[in-house]
Design a protein around this ligand. Structure first.
Ligand SMILES: [Zn+2]
Length: 348
């Protein structure tokens, strides 16, 4: 595993919005099938490892997990040979101290108070074939009505026309992880929608189904469930369709280059944890709010994600730095001829 995966962050207690509580409820529902069989004396804890619930216990300020389940969930490759040394006995059960293990092996570990931890690995060890041009289109809302800046809302009929044009001209809408096979895809294009507006469910989702195309939502994780934003249920329904991926757009859309270090880390890592809990899939991409980042933010993103996505700029070509993945903005009212011209320019 590359990218380091070096972060340990335990004990932080986040008691945020109602949206976050809804995520916890979703996580609790996911936990139901995995009834802990491991219960040495101590407070029962659930360790979620890459979306998998692992039996555990919280005792003496430390989290312990059933050794076999914990290691299996993490993937054996990077602990082989150290298994016995890391094992401990707790109440007669063979366990691992989650904190120690993660510190030793560079796995992200995020505490949420006493009884639940999340453990995620850095996303995207995979290699990407170089030299493939990948236009990434940037949208936000979809709707005839505009309740905030009009340029953020593409009219549904315009979007239909744009999708038809893409399909008629041989483009293949893909997800970020499809870039693993970028050289085998005919004219890949990424359709991205930022800010997780509720119209992504009411307006965009039916259109995606109509055309059977893939789209990526850059979700502001902390706003899930807010009035103008997607609910958890809506997002889960979209994800279950197979046409939609949820990637990160931070927790609250703060400008990363203005944040103190601690808050910067939370914006970039808690959103990843929250989306992992909601979807059971670890996000691999993050879109920097307003395209703004700095060296600190990019360093954290290199550890936690596989792609860092900007706003404007030249078309991304695989092999270039994936943390400066530029996109093509599609403003409201753009003529189809201008849309086509932007794509053709991106073809090089
Ligand atoms: Zn945004």
């Amino acid at each position: 595993m590359k990218n380091g995966k070096r972060i340990l962050r335990c004990g932080a207690l986040f008691l945020g919005s109602a949206a976050f509580l809804s995520l916890l409820l979703c996580a609790a529902r996911r936990a139901e099938p995995a009834v802990p069989a491991f219960s040495p004396a101590g407070e029962e804890a659930t360790l979620w490892v890459d979306g998998t619930a692992v039996a555990g216990v919280f005792r003496g300020g430390r989290h312990y997990a059933d050794a076999e389940a914990f290691l299996a969930a993490l993937d054996a490759d990077f602990w082989r040979g150290e298994k016995d040394a890391l094992r401990r006995s707790l109440g007669g059960a063979r366990t691992l101290c989650a904190e120690d293990f993660c510190r030793a092996h560079g796995v992200g570990l995020y505490g949420e108070g006493g009884a639940e931890l999340w453990c995620t690995s850095a996303a995207g060890d995979w290699e990407i074939p170089p030299g493939v041009r990948v236009p990434a289109l940037m949208y936000h809302g979809v709707g005839d009505e505009c309740w905030t800046s009009p340029e953020l809302f593409t009219r549904p009929d315009d979007l239909r026309a744009q999708l038809r044009w893409l399909l008629d001209n041989g483009y293949t809408p893909i997800f970020f992880e499809d870039l693993k096979h970028a050289d085998a895809i005919e004219k890949p294009v990424l359709l991205t929608f930022d800010d997780s507006f509720r119209d992504n469910y009411t307006e965009l989702f039916p259109i995606l189904r109509e055309y059977g195309v893939k789209a990526t939502l850059f979700v502001i994780q902390g706003t899930i469930g807010w009035d103008a934003n997607l609910s958890a249920a809506q997002l889960r329904e979209m994800l279950a369709s197979g046409l939609v991926r949820a990637e990160c757009h931070t927790q609250y859309h703060c400008f990363l280059d203005e944040l103190p270090d601690g808050q910067l880390n939370e914006e970039l890592t808690w959103s990843k944890v929250g989306l992992t809990k909601l979807s059971g899939r670890i996000p691999c991409a993050i879109a920097y709010p307003a395209g703004r980042e700095d060296a600190r933010a990019v360093a954290i993103c290199r550890r936690e994600y596989r792609f860092g996505v900007k706003m404007g700029g030249p078309v991304y070509v695989t092999g270039e730095d994936p943390f400066f993945f530029h996109r093509i903005a599609v403003p409201r009212g753009i003529l189809l001829a201008d849309f086509a011209a932007r794509l053709r320019a991106a073809e090089g």
